[in-house]
Structure formats: C-alpha cells, structure tokens
Design a protein around this ligand. Structure first.
Ligand SMILES: [Zn+2]
Length: 744
C-alpha cells in the first residue's frame, strides 16, 4: 500500500470507530470498496450478503470524501464549496489516485452523498447512525414536500452530507425536472441500495430504478458510485455493472451462518396449518410467516389466533397506519409472528428475527434467499422453514401472467396518448384491458424508454419511436420459468440447501453449510398432532365469504360511450352477497379452482360443494350477520362458459329453499372480457350485453322481497353489479348475490 493509501485507511478506521465504537475495525473487503470509491474514484458494485456492513462503507466514504480528515464533518465545515466538489473530483484523477483533500489540508472537496434506497423505514435509523459520526443526513420524500426548498438550499450551501431518497422519487415529475439535474451536478458520491432492482433479469425489477440512468448520466466525470445488493446472480450482476458503466465488481461469499434451512413436505393445507399450530411456539423468538396470497395470509392469521397465538396479517391491502403498528409490534416482540405476503419486504429490518416460515414457496430461489435473509441478522441461530404445497404452481402461473403486456396492448396505449393533453391512468383503463398495477408498470417502462412522459395530471406521448423488444421479453420470461423449476429443485434436493441457494446466486464459494436438514438431518419434527390437524380441517372446511356490493362506477366510461358515472344509485345497487370461498384461499380454494378456475370447463356441482352451498345459505339465513329479508325467488346469471354449473347451483338453491326459480338473465352475444381486465373495460364489455327476458321481467314486477342472484365466480364484481342493476330496473325490490367463489 502506498503511503497515501495507508494514510487514507488510517482516517477511514478513525471514522468507523466513531460510527461503531472503539473496537470497530474495517474488514479488508470493506476497505477495498472504500479505497475504490475514495482513492480511485470508481464505480463499484458490491454483491455482499445481508449484514456485511455496507452502510459502514458508504458513511466512511462520505466522511472521507466530504472532509479529507476524520472529524472534519463534525466540525461542520460548511458553505459554498459545492462547486469545488466537482473540481476536486477531477483533480483526484490526475493526482496519482490521491484526492487533494486527503493530503491533510482538510478542505471540503465533494458535494453530498446521495443514497437511493427503497428502505424507507431504514432511512430514519440511518439518519441517526450518521449523526453519531457527525454526518448530517436529510431525506426528500413524499411526506416532506414543504421542506424540499429548504433542503435544496442546504445542499447548495454545502451543509448536507447525506441525502436519502426513495427510487419512486426519481419518477416524480417535480423532482425529476426541478431537483434531479442540480442534484446530479453536485453529487459527491452516489449510493444505490438494492441495486438488483435496476435489472429486469432480477427477481424484483422496479421500473423506477431505470430512472437512475438519467441520474448517472448527469454525474460529473470521476464521481464515485457505490451500488450494493445481496441478491444478484451472475447475469443480474453483469446487467447492473453494465448499466452503471465500467463498474468494479466486488463479490463476497453469500453464506448466512445463522440460518438453519429446512423443508417439510406435508400432504395438505390442513397439515401445514396444523403443523404451525403445533410447533410455532417452539420456534425461536418472533418471526415472519410468508404466504403467497392475501387470502392465505388472512386465513392463516385467523386460524393461528384461534389457536391462541398472537399474530397479525400484513398484506398489500393493509393500510399504511396498520402496517406501521404491526411492524412496531413485531420489532417489540409483542407478536409471535406476522403472517405476511411479500408486501412485508425490503423496508423491514429486525436484527433478532428468530424465524421465517414460508407457507407455500415463492417462484424464485433468489426471492426466497432474500426473504429468508431477514432472519438471524444479529442472533446466533434462526430457523428457516419451507412448507411447499402442490397449489403453489397455480399461484406462480398467475404471477407470470402479470409480466410486461403484449405489443398490441402497448401500442393501443401509445396511440391513446397525445403529446399535449395528459391522460390519467383511470382515463386510460377503458382503452386497454390491463389491471391498474400492470398498466402503471408498463407506463413506467415506456417512460424510461422515452416513449411517454409522466407530467402533472397524467401521461403524455413524446412522439419518439419505440421498439417492442420481443426477443428480450421472451428471454426474461424463460429466465422466470427456469427460476420456478429451480425452486422445485430446491425443495427436492438431496444436497445442502444453503449451497443450493448460493449456487442459484452464482456464488463461487458455495459449499455445504453444515446446518441445514440435508447436512445434519431433520431438526424440526414433521408430525402433526391429531387435535392440531382436526382444528385445521374444521377451520378450512368452513364456508362463506362476503361479496361486497359495488357503490361507484369506474371513471372514464363516458369516453368509451357508456353513460354511467359516479355513484351507483341505491335503487340500482345489489345488497352484500355471499360466496362459498376464495379462489386463492387455503380452505375451499383448491376445490373451487378446479371447478371455476381459469382452466375449468363446465361441470355438475360436486356433492361436497353442494353441501357447502347449503351451509352458507343456512348461516346467511340464521347467523348473526343474516340477510335483511328472506328471498322470494332465484335468478341465474346466464353463462356461456358454464351454463350447466350455474343452472345446477340455482336449481339446488331453489329446491332446498322451496323458492321459485324465476329464470335466467340472457348473456347476449358479447363474450365476457378475460378475468384480468380492469374495471372500466369490464363494465364496457358487460353494459348492454345482458338482457332480462320478458317472462322474467313479468315475474320480477310482482315481487315483494329480494331475489337471490346466482353466478359461478365473482372476479371483478362487475357482472353482479350490472345484472343487479337490470333486475332492480325491472322491478326487483332487492338483489342478494350468491356465487361459488370470489377471486380475492
Ligand atoms: Zn447445508
């Protein structure tokens, strides 16, 4: 090591001691990253395991870059030196790799470090940590809009050392146009956290990350960049390094020595829930139970609560305040477990998390490695358990169907956008048959590709030609399919589990861990007690979920010639209805998917489901939350796809309840739109498609009570809303929807 470099390392060690205590030492791999950033002014991609200590690297690098000597930051050297930052960076390169500020003069040499991170919850902790080393950190986010001006002024004055921003910020029009260019020009060090999100080869591609290209392009020459990830295989690493531009890749071993991996193959959902009820107590500390669907998270949490556990469900449908309370309770060990979908993600950090259980396998071993990596960061041992199910594959197929849309749909959106009149997403929905989340993702990708632009009030077209890269999308889809196969192999492997995961991440140091069930034999019992299994079976055998009535029409219908808008008149609404179960649920889910799932044809109603239908109606008639008035007749929704099944259910209900079967609403000639459309598309397709035949209309006119309206599956809920409106218009005093299944 040259004298210069040795001096820099001494200073780096001093800063670290102030951050992490007197006994703290930089490891050689951490020093290598700092050296590359501070001395060589390089772009660096660190692929390192969770807990490696990346924040020490960027805080130390920040202190050295900002103020060549340790302590400089704390003494608050402020004011007007931002321009020198650029100069300093350039001088550094012509100075045999030694930045001017490191010669002991102690002058401020660089603008602030900008950290782009999705870990919003971590940001607060980071700011506190930084303060300990005298580093002044600020954050720009959607919650502190009123402070932006003040913060940008502080940046210009040189008093901010670290600025934390979320990737979503980069796509905000005001930030992108007003703040980003100036920020890029003064950035002293750019840090990109969870950098695998920039690559669509990765398991967690986020289009917002693509905006980093703009950021990178705006950086002055010689500005160091640090990108970090714990979950990138060789292909993703290469892709990220290429997007960073000539990056030095520093890759470390990805073993996690505290994790003890186990897979338990249990025969049914009831066995898996029963196992949890029996053994959850014995898992160390507090943990996370991941499920693949929102419905499964809710059901699992409810069942475990009924077995005396303190657990909470956490999904994308929980509101922000609810989520914060649950996160807090888990951090404080007030909960044994949080039952969560992948919505409990990167933003959550609990160093003493004792276990992660997966009830159902995620579709990628890399996603799995990342999720289980939340356990055992600061404890000696943590249990990591996978309980796979045969039904996982159906969920994976659904995820895969949400990928980037086919070309004709993209072209339809591009054609609908003009260069001067912004259109909002609700206004675009009637034009293209895509769910909102997928439409939004597509627009973000098109934005980064330059074909569209997000402005105030919506999206505009830029007029730039755009190429649909079908070959690349096909390769990405193939990579996803390969990941799914690898996940099945993980469950089945005879070899070490951790070694398997590390190989999926192309970790050259992958080797048997000596801790997993394959290395040392099973440590968790596979037995499910008879009472546990019986309780799970009884819980899952319960039938009946509510179908909430629609109250508002989707926006944008008038633009496509459908004269419906605003509130659905109370005189035209349905009442709350009932279904046997959820398609994605653990209980009746598998039986219902076989009958009314995307691939199911027409069939007779099986006996067990006929029993469930009667049970749901019995509870609806006599339970605590019963219908407001007994129905006086049954009407079927005419079905082209499953006429036998729907008629069978309607006849069963009429017969059992001794009610007249009044008839069927004609489905007309318009085919129902696919199950994945958005609301506006759906209503547009349904409006005018159904009609009430004259004999049914005559029967409805004389009714004095509600009708039961029977269908097989409630997906978007719009068929029920549109048909209920027709029945109400024809004179039905009230409509009670009933279906075999609801999608969500
Ligand atoms: Zn092992």
């Amino acid at each position: 090591m040259s004298d210069d470099r040795a001096r820099v390392r001494e200073r780096a060690e001093a800063v670290l001691r102030r951050l992490a205590g007197e006994s703290a030492r930089l490891r050689d791999d951490q020093w290598r990253a700092i050296e590359a950033l501070v001395v060589e002014r390089r772009r660096v991609l660190c692929v390192q395991r969770t807990g490696w200590g990346k924040s020490a690297v960027y805080f130390v690098a920040t202190a050295l870059l900002r103020h060549g000597r340790p302590g400089g930051v704390a003494q608050g050297r402020h004011g007007g030196q931002v321009a020198q930052g650029r100069h300093g960076g350039q001088v550094a390169q012509g100075h045999n790799g030694g930045p001017v500020a490191l010669d002991g003069s102690g002058g401020t040499t660089c603008g602030p470090t900008v950290i782009v991170s999705p870990l919003l919850a971590l940001m607060r902790n980071q700011i506190e940590t930084a303060a300990r080393a005298g580093i002044r950190a600020r954050t720009i986010n959607s919650a502190n809009l009123d402070e932006w001006d003040e913060i940008t002024a502080e940046i210009a004055a040189g008093t901010v050392d670290v600025l934390l921003i979320s990737p979503e910020r980069l796509n905000n029009p005001d930030f992108r146009d007003g703040v980003l260019p100036r920020l890029a020009a003064t950035t002293g060090l750019l840090v990109v956290d969870e950098a695998h999100c920039i690559s669509d080869w990765g398991h967690d591609f986020r289009p917002d990350y693509r905006r980093l290209r703009t950021f990178l392009a705006g950086l002055p020459a010689g500005t160091p960049v640090l990108a970090t990830t714990a979950t990138a295989n060789a292909r993703v690493t290469e892709d990220v390094a290429e997007q960073l531009g000539d990056a030095l890749v520093l890759r470390g071993p990805l073993d996690r020595e505290s994790l003890r991996l186990t897979v338990l193959e249990l025969p049914s959902p009831a066995h898996r829930l029963g196992w949890l009820a029996d053994h959850l107590e014995r898992l160390p500390g507090s943990g996370i139970i991941y499920t693949l669907t929102v419905a499964a998270a809710g059901e699992t949490a409810e069942f475990l609560r009924s077995r005396g556990y303190t657990v909470a469900a956490y999904t994308g449908q929980s509101d922000d305040a609810q989520r914060r309370v649950i996160e807090r309770d888990l951090l404080d060990n007030k909960l044994k477990a949080v039952v969560a979908t992948s919505a409990l993600g990167m933003g959550f950090d609990k160093p003493d998390l004792g276990f992660v259980v997966h009830l159902g396998a995620p579709p990628s071993p890399i996603a799995y490695y990342q999720q289980v990596g939340r356990a055992g960061r600061a404890v000696a041992g943590a249990e990591v358990l996978l309980l796979p199910g045969a039904e996982d594959l159906a969920v994976w197929r659904y995820f895969a169907s949400l990928a980037f849309p086919p070309e004709e749909q993209v072209r339809a959106v591009l054609a609908a956008l003009s260069p001067d009149r912004p259109r909002s997403i609700p206004a675009l929905e009637p034009i293209v048959d895509l769910r909102r989340a997928r439409l939004e993702l597509m627009l973000k990708v098109l934005d980064v590709d330059g074909a569209v632009r997000r402005v105030r009030g919506g999206w505009i077209a830029t007029g730039q030609p755009w190429h649909y890269d079908a070959a690349r999308l096909r390769r990405v889809a193939e990579a996803r399919a390969a990941e799914q196969r690898a996940m099945l192999e993980y469950a089945a492997t005879d070899g070490c589990r951790m070694e398997f995961l590390r190989r999926c991440l192309d970790d050259p140091a992958a080797a048997p861990c000596g801790r997993c069930d394959r290395c040392v034999g099973p440590r968790l019992p596979a037995e499910v007690s008879a009472p546990g299994l019986a309780a799970a079976r009884a819980f899952l055998g319960r039938a009946g979920v509510e179908i909430p009535p629609k109250k508002l029409w989707p926006t944008g219908l008038d633009a496509v010639g459908v004269p419906l808008r605003g509130r659905i008149s109370p005189a035209e609404q349905a009442l709350p209805g009932r279904a046997v179960g959820r398609l994605a649920g653990l209980g009746w889910g598998a039986r219902l998917r076989a009958l009314v799932g995307p691939e199911a044809g027409d069939a007779e109603l099986p006996t067990d489901l006929a029993g469930a239908v009667i049970e749901v109606l019995r509870v609806w008639a006599h339970g605590d939350d019963r219908w407001p008035a007994r129905p006086v007749g049954v009407v079927a929704v005419g079905s082209r796809r499953r006429p036998r099944l729907v008629r069978g259910v309607a006849e069963l209900i009429a017969r059992t309840g001794r009610l007249p079967l009044l008839g069927e609403v004609s489905p007309g000639a318009t085919p129902g739109s696919g199950p994945r459309g958005n609301s506006a598309q759906r209503v547009r397709a349904l409006h005018g498609a159904f009609s009430v035949p004259a004999p049914l209309a005559a029967a409805l006119r004389d009714l004095t009570g509600p009708v039961l309206l029977v269908d097989d599956l409630v997906d978007s809920g719009w068929t029920m809303a549109v048909v209920a409106r027709l029945l109400r218009q024809a004179g039905a005093p009230a409509v009670l929807p009933f279906a075999l299944a609801v999608t969500v």
